[in-house]
Write a new protein. Structure first.
Length: 677
């Protein structure tokens, strides 16, 4: 961005759509969503807003189109430039008390990618990450909304537009990246992707307050938050309860034995090699616990005795970092979102010597993934002076296991929530902090939304049936787009270790059904991913196929392309003597199985409501299922459970959606025992 002063100098708090109220000294300001490399939605008026001196004339110019406005007494202004066809690059100027010039502006398709950790999971932690960016990613522009909670809607977000290259893509949402690349390749127009994600967060955190309070069944979600915010003692009690929950569900660090054994100085035998950055599960180390990493750093003579700035990116979960055997920094549970916080430490000059130095990092993982979760560009060390070129640290390191622990199995359904507006699991706080700014005064025009979330609402599927469509409708109202396309991922298979589900049951199956129910909302679509999970991994690494399936739905729903975007979907199930015949939509290219064997994943039951695994055979556009244990079947389920067998697909290699023909409640303990036999 180029800034040319043309009036009184000063500073103003930026806003998106409607910029924050002017400060004492004001000059032209716009949202952080306006910047170099930005993409605006083609075919739609280009809405801009900002602040300046009261009564100041504003002129905006883009692609030869000029629009004027004038600030009000509060210093705010809004305007709309005429719509553009796809193309660029253009230059945008905003002239007021000063002139702002933004270069490399494009017109194309703008998509919002939102949700929790599986949408957040960066490309660098997904399968095939290197191959994904090997040919570059021209045509994509990326914007990451900084993770922020707020008690009330914020006026702006933190972030900036980036050109897509290997470095930018590495830390960006893998699902969104693959989705955007498919859209760009098919349409041949620029694509802007805005990522707003936060791992481990429920849908109510992303929903506006008014929408929740308007529904009597959802209003308690807000009331709990309000009660905590106005009751310091209750908040303290919940914080204590959360600490107790974590102590029970997460592994605890019982001491740093490696330091006493000389690991900080690089001592000890039995060190192996691992390329960093990556979480160690991706390198085949499926453990929690303490792992040491070390690397020799050859320091130039000119740096000896000087303070160095060390960057490690995010470390999941906790770390203690050493230089030449001396501790120089640490990050623990006292740091908010410690598992995602980038590590920046200073290496004191007294420890820096010319030639060989030893950098060592002890990482303790108490749950989930562990290790270095940043991008290659974030691993570096060098002088802190501007312009100094740091040494890259990405690549081979040595590692040694200090304490090997089995992966922790946390019961998230019992986690204390609503600790206040700074807790990302509290209702409304992520809408306020990360999405409301996109709708302030002049909502950001979008092609649509892609959404991947639901894991944090497992166990509350009945509530999700109301919550999820409420959230969708609320977003559409706030963006002033009654039919804003909303395309979402149905949860993949996951063997919930705490689900204790009997045959044909499971909290994940119930949540998937609640997700599918939202298809009743207009202009929605769902990508089925029951076949691309990893069973015991809450964060499956196959994200290319997820992005591709979302893109297929977008091409069909939004762009009117004649593509088969979904797998077989239940049309009807009719009893045929001792069997049930099932007919499917989405079978125009035929029915197949992923392993070439008869379909697996079907369950059948009679009047006793006891489920049995069914034999199945493909018959034209349908499947016939039966079991010798059920001579008079009345109900059938497919792909039903936390991590069920599922092999049915169509000729377009898209999996069948899970379904059930019954509406029976969860089985009783006695029935569960019979079903398990």
């Amino acid at each position: 961005m180029t800034v040319v002063a043309s009036g009184r100098a000063g500073a103003a708090g930026p806003d998106v759509g409607g910029v924050a109220a002017p400060a004492a000294r004001v000059e032209t300001a716009v949202s952080s969503l306006v910047g170099d490399h930005m993409v605006v939605q083609r075919g739609r008026p280009i809405r801009l807003a900002g602040t300046d001196l009261p009564g100041q004339a504003i002129r905006a110019t883009l692609a030869g189109r000029i629009t004027r406005a004038k600030t009000g007494a509060d210093g705010r202004w809004t305007l709309a430039l005429p719509a553009l066809d796809a193309g660029g690059p253009f230059e945008l100027t905003v002239e007021g008390s000063r002139t702002l010039t933004f270069s490399d502006v494009w017109s194309g398709e703008v998509w919002l990618a939102a949700g929790q950790s599986n949408m957040e999971l960066p490309l660098t932690r997904s399968l095939g990450a290197d191959d994904a960016v090997a040919g570059g990613c021209p045509g994509l522009h990326l914007f990451t909304v900084a993770q922020t909670t707020a008690a009330a809607p914020r006026p702006d977000v933190d972030g900036k537009w980036q050109l897509c290259d290997a470095t930018a893509a590495a830390g960006f949402s893998a699902v969104a990246y693959h989705f955007g690349r498919e859209i760009h390749r098919t349409l041949g127009v620029p694509v802007g992707l805005i990522q707003a994600t936060w791992g481990g967060t429920p849908a109510e955190a992303w929903t506006p307050r008014a929408a929740l309070t308007a529904d009597p069944t959802l209003k308690p979600l807000v009331e709990v938050l309000d009660a905590v915010e106005h009751d310091p003692q209750r908040r303290a009690d919940l914080a204590k309860a959360l600490a107790a929950w974590e102590a029970k569900n997460f592994h605890q660090d019982t001491g740093n034995r490696g330091e006493r054994m000389g690991y900080a100085k690089g001592g000890g035998a039995g060190w192996a090699k691992m390329d960093l950055p990556q979480v160690w599960e991706n390198a085949g180390l499926n453990i929690d616990g303490a792992v040491w990493f070390r690397r020799e750093v050859v320091v130039p003579d000119a740096w000896a005795g000087r303070d160095l700035a060390l960057s490690l990116g995010a470390v999941d979960d906790f770390d203690v970092t050493y230089w030449n055997g001396e501790r120089i920094g640490a990050t623990g549970a006292e740091t908010p979102q410690y598992y995602a916080a980038p590590r920046h430490y200073t290496v004191p000059g007294r420890l820096v010597k010319s030639g060989r130095n030893v950098l060592a990092v002890r990482v303790f993982d108490h749950y989930g993934s562990g290790g270095f979760a940043g991008t290659p560009a974030q691993l570096s060390v060098g002088p802190s002076e501007p312009g100094a070129a740091p040494l890259p640290l990405a690549g081979p390191w040595q590692y040694k296991i200090e304490r090997r622990l089995p992966p922790a199995k946390a019961d998230w359904s019992t986690r204390p929530t609503a600790l206040g507006a700074d807790d990302p699991q509290s209702a409304t706080v992520l809408w306020n902090g990360m999405l409301a700014p996109l709708t302030a005064s002049v909502p950001l025009p979008l092609a649509g939304v892609i959404w991947y979330q639901g894991e944090s609402n497992v166990g509350r599927a009945a509530q999700y049936r109301a919550l999820f469509p409420t959230m969708i409708r609320a977003w559409r109202a706030e963006f002033r787009e009654p039919t804003l396309p909303f395309i979402y991922v149905q949860l993949p298979n996951f063997d919930d270790p705490l689900g204790k589900a009997s045959l044909g049951e499971g909290g994940w199956a119930d949540l998937r059904e609640a997700q599918a129910a939202a298809l009743r909302e207009p202009k929605t679509a769902m990508a089925v991913t029951l076949d691309v999970g990893e069973g015991t991994n809450l964060h499956p690494r196959e994200k290319h196929e997820v992005g591709r399936r979302l893109a297929l739905q977008a091409l069909r729903l939004v762009y009117g392309r004649d593509v088969l975007a979904a797998g077989p979907t239940l049309l009807a199930a009719v009893r045929a003597e001792t069997a049930i015949r099932i007919r499917f939509a989405g079978a125009t290219r035929g029915l197949e199985t992923s392993d070439g064997a008869p379909p697996r994943g079907f369950l059948i039951a009679g009047a006793d409501r006891v489920w049995h695994r069914a034999s199945a055979r493909i018959d034209r556009d349908g499947v016939v299922v039966s079991s010798p244990d059920v001579p008079a079947p009345i109900a059938v389920r497919y792909g039903w459970g936390n991590d069920p067998p599922n092999t049915l697909k169509n000729g377009a290699d898209l999996p069948a959606a899970p379904f059930r023909t019954d509406d029976w409640p969860a089985v009783t303990a006695a029935t569960a025992e019979k079903s398990a036999r």
